[in-house]
Structures are given as structure tokens and as C-alpha cells.
Design a binder for this molecule. Structure first.
Ligand code: TEU
Length: 543
């Protein structure tokens, strides 16, 4: 393909640094620990590492509240460690993608400390301040972490906006000085040789608070085009925006190469399918596999050549997919592999979240005292006050809470799963004795080796990167089946998205010439009348 970008053939691995690998026994993951695990990531075969924030932070939101964009969080190590990580990753042809959190800062950032000094401070309009209305909050904007998005500042008698925690004041992007500060900071990291940025809630930076507009504001794309011109446009880097409300039409605005904005976005339409209409993520409904098929197929087809898909099931904000939509009991390995095969054969750039590649699961809590995440804790107290039953709130937390993804990486069967020699900052899932990297590496049929083979398939077969996608419609609801076609070659991906066997008539599929990968043993012969096993998935090359 002409003008191929490296991130179109890439597979990205997300590290949540706090939970990846501790090297100094303080119970918190760190950069040295990551450096010590680069060989493992190289063995998996990934191309780049998306690092959740490692900057100085008071950790009100575990690093997504930044107090110094140009220094490293003390618990994670030093800037010298960061430079070493970038360098040693590069030696393995692995790029480091930084997490760019510029919708807001920490309230301990010097800019906010200045801004808070008074209305005349030169940094005041780095943030969004409003007078009370009728003696109260300026309007009904809500925080994602419960309650009003407005916090009263006694000293000045004004409110400031925070779409997340009250310790994460929103930056005022209408102020050109703020944008210049962001450009300068991004260029600082680009000059260090980072491979790009994941852009935290970047769809919010065009907000118009007085009209209660938060996502996709009128100046958003103007700002992104300015960012492109002033920073990464001169570099061959990956930029991926976190855009919760994006539709394919909106996604094209971000990722159409002619618009000179971003490489791609994380869209979350499939992620919201087990959430009641118009409600919060905590208000659950069963997943419809048909809806999932239609949504993912739509994204595969509608971006066309005007954008590029990111492909993910997991991240540090989401429950682990094998517990959420698979089976984390009897068919844990089979369903973990089914999710991997189904996603990694699609068109786009796959993202693997730490632990996904070994089939890690959610960690159910019994009491709110076991929860660490601010989003979860705030919701618990808000819903308790609203009269929700405690057991219902805990059930929602166990289904959708962010701590599920943040339990320490399970390296081996030694205490604390080999994550730390100290007291881990968050509970380790007790199933680490069985589910860990060491056991996966030793088992040629493990989830890890399934991911490693999928990454190899993508590297060695252009059809996986460039092939056209076509959903197969006339199959049972629980069967997710699609073609990929490229330069006369046709591959068929078949997945049973259920714990029950399914009988499938496939005579029209034609002869199978090669069995590429699957999570059950199966030879190329018997594809005319099939009984798919629980969560069975496989890929066949057709004659
Ligand atoms: O998340 C954006 C965001 O909206 C999430 O908080 C989401 O609403 C929720 O977690 C759904 O489960 C980004 C980061 O990924 C998240 O970790 C931060 O807490 C948030 O922004 C604020 O920076």
C-alpha cells in the first residue's frame, strides 16, 4: 500500500504503570519495572506501548490529574528512567506513546495554584470560572465522578469547572496561552523521541460551558488542526483521541488524513451496548450479540478511506472483557481467545490492555472499603444517598468498576503474583496462582501464545491489515462471522459468541484451503456441516 503509516500495521499494548511491575518494593509499579519487562513485550510482538500517565500527580485520579507535565511521578521513578525506557524500547523497535491529559490539570498544578490567587492573576483564565447564579452553581453541568461539575472557591466567590473530580479543574482552551502551553509541552516530549500521544477526552476541549456543550464543541477541530500544525504534524507519530461520543461521521472529522488532525480515535459505541438507554454505565442490560455485530460492522465499513479504526475490548477504565461478555469460569481460556481472534482479524489497529493477553479477569468486591477508584467511590455514596440498595450498587461496581482492570499484573505464582515484594497498592486477584504470565509462556496453547500468533498473522499477511470487511448476516444470532478480502484472497472469521454449541451449515463457504488459527483443534476437512464448540473461534483461508 502506498503512503502506509507504521501505526496501520501496528499492535499497541497499554500499560497502566501503577499496576504493571514494581521494582523497588513500595507496592506501586514503576518505570524500572517496565524496563525489566521489555523482553516480555518484545516476545509478545507488540509495536508500541501506550503508557497511562507517568507525570507528577497527587493521584486523585491515579495520574489523570497532572501537577507537572515535564516531570515524572515520584513513585514511578525519574526522568532518567523515562529516557532509558524510551531508548531501550526503541532498541526493540517499540515506540512509547504518551497519555496526553490536557482537558484538565491537577488542582496542584502551578497554573491552578496561581489562578486561585485571585481574579486578577494572569493565570486566572487558564481555567473556567463563573459567578454564582441565584446563589448557587452556574448551571446543571455534571461531573463524570458524581455531583455538580462546579466547585465553589470561597476566596474569590466564584465557581470553577471540573468535568471530572473537583481536583481536576478544566483548562480553558479558548485562551490561546493555554493552547501554546500545551503545544510547548507536547514538543518537549516529541523532542524526547516519543512515538505519539493518546489524547485523554480530547473531544471535550472544545466545550462551551455556558451553553452546557461539552463534547464536540464548535472549535474542537480548529484546535486539533492547530495542534497538528504546532506539534506532531512534523513527526511520524501515532495520535489517537479518546472520543466517547464519536459516530463514524464524527470519527472521519478526526481521522481523515486530508484534515490533518489525528491518526485515529477510540470510539465506544460497542462498549455502551450493555448499558440501559439514556442511563449511566452502572445501569446494566444484557448484551445483544446482534447489536454488537451491527455496530462493529458499521465501524468497519463506514470509515472507508476517510479514517482508521482502533480495535479494543479493554482499557484501564473498562471491566475485563472475559468477565464482562465471555466466561471467566469454565470457558475462560476459550472465550478469551475468541475475543482475541474476533477482534484481531478486523481492519484497524488493535490495542491490548495489560493482562488481556493472559486472560486476566475481574476482581469482585464485597464492600466499598475494597474499592480504590474515585469514580466508583463517589458513585457509591451518591447512589446510597439516592436510596439505591447497597447490594445493587456493589453488583454494578463488580460489573463495571474501573478497579477490575487495575488489579496488579499477574506475572507468576509467587506472592503478589510477582508484581511486588511489598504491599500492593490495590488487591491482587487471588486467581494469580493459575492465571499468570509464567504459566502462559510455558503452555503453547495459552491465551498469550494465541495473541502472539495473531500478531504474527497480522505482520505476515497484508489481508489482515488491508482486506475489505464483509459481515455474514444469515447465521444464528450468537455466531459472529465475517469475510476479509484482499487481492484475490479470502479469509473467513467464525466465532461462536456463546457458551452453547451451535450447529452451522456452511456449504456455500466453498473449500477451505488453510486453517489459519483457532481455539479448538480442527482440521481443514470438516467445514461443510459444523458444530461450533462453546466460544469456538477460527480463521480459514478459502480456496
Ligand atoms: O476517561 C474518560 C471518561 O469519561 C471515563 O472516566 C469514563 O467516563 C468512565 O471511566 C467510564 O468507565 C479518561 C481516562 O481514561 C480516565 O481514566 C480518567 O479518569 C478521565 O479521562 C479523566 O482524565
Amino acid at each position: 500500500m502506498n503512503n502506509t503509516k507504521w501505526w496501520q500495521t501496528a499492535v499497541i499494548y497499554q500499560v497502566y504503570p501503577r499496576s504493571f511491575q514494581d521494582s523497588d518494593g513500595d507496592g506501586i509499579g514503576d518505570l524500572r519495572g517496565m524496563i525489566n519487562r521489555l523482553d516480555y513485550l518484545e516476545q509478545l510482538g507488540i509495536t508500541a506501548i501506550w503508557l497511562s500517565p507517568v507525570y507528577k500527580s497527587p493521584n486523585d485520579d491515579n495520574g489523570y490529574d497532572i501537577s507537572d507535565y515535564r516531570d515524572i511521578m515520584t513513585e514511578f521513578g525519574t526522568m532518567a528512567d523515562m529516557d532509558e525506557l524510551i531508548e531501550k524500547a526503541k532498541l526493540r523497535n517499540i515506540r512509547i506513546i504518551m497519555d496526553l491529559v490536557v482537558n484538565h490539570t491537577s488542582d496542584e498544578h502551578p497554573w491552578f495554584i496561581e489562578a486561585r490567587q485571585g481574579k486578577d492573576n494572569p493565570y486566572r483564565d487558564y481555567y473556567i470560572w463563573r459567578d454564582p447564579v441565584n446563589g448557587g452553581v452556574p448551571n446543571s453541568l455534571r461531573s463524570s465522578f458524581s455531583g455538580s461539575a462546579w466547585e465553589f472557591d470561597e476566596a474569590s466567590g466564584q465557581y470553577y469547572l471540573h468535568l471530572f473530580s473537583r481536583r481536576q479543574p478544566d483548562l480553558n482552551w479558548e485562551n490561546p496561552k493555554v493552547r501554546q502551553e500545551v503545544w510547548d509541552m507536547m514538543n518537549f516530549w516529541l523532542d524526547k523521541g516519543v512515538g505519539g500521544f493518546r489524547m485523554d477526552v480530547i473531544d471535550l476541549v472544545g466545550k462551551i460551558p455556558d451553553q452546557e456543550i461539552t463534547g464536540n464543541g464548535p472549535k474542537l477541530h480548529e484546535y486539533l488542526q492547530e495542534m497538528h500544525r504546532e506539534t506532531f504534524g512534523k513527526h511520524d507519530v501515532l495520535t489517537v483521541g479518546e472520543t466517547w461520543g464519536a459516530t463514524p461521521e464524527v470519527a472521519k472529522l478526526y481521522s481523515n488524513p486530508d484534515r490533518k488532525e489525528l491518526s485515529m480515535v477510540f470510539q465506544f459505541e460497542h462498549i455502551g451496548l450493555d448499558q440501559q438507554e439514556g442511563k449511566d454505565k452502572w445501569d446494566l442490560k444484557p448484551l445483544s450479540v446482534n447489536e454488537l455485530k451491527q455496530v462493529l460492522a458499521k465501524w468497519q465499513i463506514e470509515l472507508g478511506n476517510e479514517g482508521w479504526n482502533s480495535l479494543f475490548w479493554n482499557n484501564h477504565d473498562l471491566p475485563r472483557i472475559v468477565s464482562r461478555w465471555g466466561d471467566d469460569g469454565k470457558y475462560r481460556v476459550e472465550s478469551a481467545k475468541m475475543f482475541a481472534i474476533l477482534l484481531h482479524l478486523m481492519k484497524g489497529t488493535p490495542y491490548i490492555y495489560q493482562g488481556e493477553e493472559i486472560g486476566m479477569t475481574n476482581y469482585p468486591i464485597k464492600d466499598i472499603s475494597e474499592a480504590q477508584d474515585i469514580e466508583t467511590v463517589n458513585m457509591y455514596h451518591e447512589r446510597l444517598a439516592q436510596g439505591y440498595a447497597k447490594e445493587d450498587i456493589i453488583a454494578s461496581i463488580n460489573a463495571k468498576g474501573r478497579d477490575n482492570a487495575r488489579t496488579p499484573m499477574q506475572w507468576d505464582a509467587t506472592p503478589n503474583a510477582g508484581f511486588t515484594s511489598g504491599q500492593p497498592w490495590l488487591h491482587v486477584n487471588p486467581n494469580y496462582a493459575e492465571i499468570n504470565v509464567e504459566a502462559n509462556l510455558a503452555d503453547p496453547d495459552s491465551v498469550f501464545h494465541c495473541y502472539r500468533k495473531l500478531i504474527e498473522l497480522r505482520k505476515n499477511n497484508p489481508i489482515v491489515v488491508w482486506g475489505e470487511f464483509e459481515l455474514v448476516e444469515d447465521v444464528p444470532e450468537e455466531v459472529f462471522m465475517y469475510f476479509r478480502r484482499y487481492k484475490g484472497e479470502t479469509w473467513l472469521v467464525t466465532a461462536n459468541f456463546s457458551p452453547a454449541p451451535v450447529t452451522l451449515e456452511m456449504p456455500e463457504i466453498g473449500l477451505v484451503s488453510e486453517f489459519m488459527i483457532g481455539n479448538y483443534a480442527r482440521d481443514a476437512a470438516d467445514f461443510q456441516q459444523l458444530q461450533l464448540q462453546p466460544y469456538e473461534a477460527f480463521v480459514t483461508k478459502l480456496a
